[in-house]
Design a protein around this ligand. Structure first.
Ligand SMILES: Nc1ncnc2c1ncn2[C@@H]1O[C@H](COP(=O)(O)OP(=O)(O)O)[C@@H](O)[C@H]1O
Ligand SMILES: [Mg+2]
Length: 310
């Protein structure tokens, strides 16, 4: 069975020449890896934003997932290293890696992921994973501080004309350096731990996949669990207000993860304001105003910033 490249992944061609070049190479790259690693594809490929995932069986007939990632994606460069460090504890087990080709052979996880789980229960699962994933640092990984320093400079550089209440911008700009200055012992941080990046194995145990690993404060981790699946907190099935829903999630994460509530809250504020700033930055770079979905995203960033503090 030849490897199929999903249409949605092929559509990433529009993102630039580096993407096109990788997508051109991808069928050959995948075919070479299958041959060298003695793998046989067993079904249609899956994909994320910047990767191809092929369900395979190895020479012994053991199911696996061959993941090949876009080589221009800096954040996931050390995905294999972090997975190796975790050794299958809290995260999917890595069986083989070729960092140069950005290729990983992972244990097959039949799922489901946490996208359809009750959100508060999902937060408890993810909070419980923090303790297993937040292990002592690896020297190869970039520090969270190196990223955050740059993000705050960029935010500051956007000037005063932002569609975010000024007090929140000021707050993020002052909390960020404080958080970095009195940080607890640094650990490996997953960096992108949300509902779709946690999958069940065939025994129903939950495993993180898809890390964008860094080294830093574990309290950095919760924000994506708040900003993903936000629409269901305001839809017809929502229990209570958006604020209530966000706070239920936040407290479930803090409790299950044994995090310091104030630090976790301050990181959410910093991350949400930085996120809003990026959206403005992207629109300005493209020489246009905010589009409705971008405006909507910024409104959500502000709602989260407010909800965790009220
Ligand atoms: N070990 C695995 N077993 C089964 N499916 C997987 C595995 N790893 C990834 N997938 C599937 O591939 C998708 C994309 O993988 P992911 O690692 O999240 O990449 P991305 O960085 O592109 O989001 C996942 O959402 C999931 O459906
Ligand atoms: Mg993913």
């Amino acid at each position: 069975m030849p490897v199929t490249i999903p249409e949605d992944l092929l559509a990433q061609r529009s993102l630039g020449a580096d993407w096109s070049a990788w997508l051109d190479r991808l069928p050959r790259l995948a075919a070479d890896l299958l041959e060298e690693w003695h793998l046989r594809p067993t079904g249609p490929s899956r994909h994320g934003h910047c990767s191809l995932v092929v369900p395979v069986t190895d020479a012994d007939g053991v199911p696996g997932a061959l993941k090949v990632t876009f080589d221009g994606d800096e954040e996931s460069q050390h995905e294999g290293l972090a997975l190796q460090r975790w050794g299958g504890d809290g995260a999917v087990r890595l069986r083989r890696a070729d960092p140069r080709r950005r290729a990983l052979l992972l244990d097959w996880l039949p799922g489901p992921d946490l996208a359809d789980a009750w959100d508060v229960e999902a937060c408890e699962v993810v909070g419980a994973l923090y303790g297993r994933l937040h292990v002592p640092p690896l020297p190869q990984l970039a520090s969270l501080a190196s990223y955050v320093g740059r993000w705050l400079d960029e935010l500051d550089g956007l000037g005063r004309d932002l569609p975010v209440p000024r007090r929140y911008v000021e707050q993020a700009l002052s909390l960020g350096p404080d958080l970095l200055a009195d940080a607890p012992e640094p650990v490996v941080v997953h960096g992108d731990l949300h509902y779709a990046n946690v999958m069940a194995d065939d025994a129903g145990e939950w495993h993180a996949i898809d890390p964008k690993p860094m080294v830093g404060d574990p309290h950095y981790e919760p924000a994506p669990m708040l900003w993903k699946r936000m629409e269901e907190l305001t839809g017809p099935l929502a229990v209570g207000s958006l604020r209530d829903g966000l706070r239920r999630r936040f407290h479930a994460l803090v409790d299950a993860g044994g995090l310091d509530e104030a630090r976790a809250r301050d990181w959410v504020v910093v991350r949400m304001v930085v996120n809003a700033g990026w959206t403005v930055q992207d629109a300005r770079a493209a020489g246009r105003g905010l589009e409705p979905d971008e405006q909507d995203w910024i409104t959500r960033c502000i709602a989260i910033t407010k909800a965790v503090q009220d």
